[in-house]
Design a protein around this ligand. Structure first.
Ligand SMILES: [Zn+2]
Ligand SMILES: [Zn+2]
Length: 165
């Protein structure tokens, strides 16, 4: 089951692109996707097209800790980053994908997303001042890891989607 932890607006680090350069990102993509046998971590489907790397974080106190970097298909990755959805059509497709992959009714899909959003809302009250990215050092030399700040868009798209149900 795909469990989404939206990045808090107050996070210290963003997705994997903010932690490594392009060359390291390409290497990491090759290693992680082949290790996963080109299977999406969210829907468990084997994907022939491109897979996206997605960073999963745990949050404790003021520390965000990198737990894993997983390969996701495009729709599963859209579910993790609502601000990436360019059109309402993509939000709808992502919701349908979530429901199909996990055998949920549309209402169960919406309530699952609402649960993720509530958890996100609570985390936004905390400022994360440290990101622990030790997990990454099994793939990337420590000197190659950067930890920049980032910005994240809002969840307006999902709010619009919900109001159609
Ligand atoms: Zn997927
Ligand atoms: Zn991601």
């Amino acid at each position: 089951m795909l469990i989404v932890r939206y990045l808090p607006l107050t996070a210290h680090s963003g997705d994997i692109e903010s932690l490594v350069d392009q060359q390291q990102h390409r290497r990491l993509t090759d290693r992680i996707t082949s290790k996963a046998n080109r299977t999406c971590h969210g829907c468990q489907q084997k994907i022939n097209g491109p897979l996206h790397l997605h960073a999963s974080w745990d949050y404790e106190g003021h520390v965000q800790m990198l737990r894993a970097v997983n390969p996701l298909c495009q729709l599963c990755h859209i579910l993790c980053h609502p601000h990436l959805t360019a059109t309402p059509g993509q939000s709808r497709a992502a919701l349908d994908h979530l429901c199909a992959a996990h055998r949920l009714s549309p209402l169960q899909g919406i309530s699952t997303m609402n649960r993720w959003k509530r958890m996100w809302g609570a985390r936004n009250l905390v400022t994360f001042t440290v990101s622990d990215v030790r997990w990454l050092t099994q793939f990337v030399p420590k000197a190659k890891i950067t930890q920049g700040n980032f910005t994240m868009g809002d969840l307006a798209d999902w709010n619009a989607l919900e109001s159609t149900h």
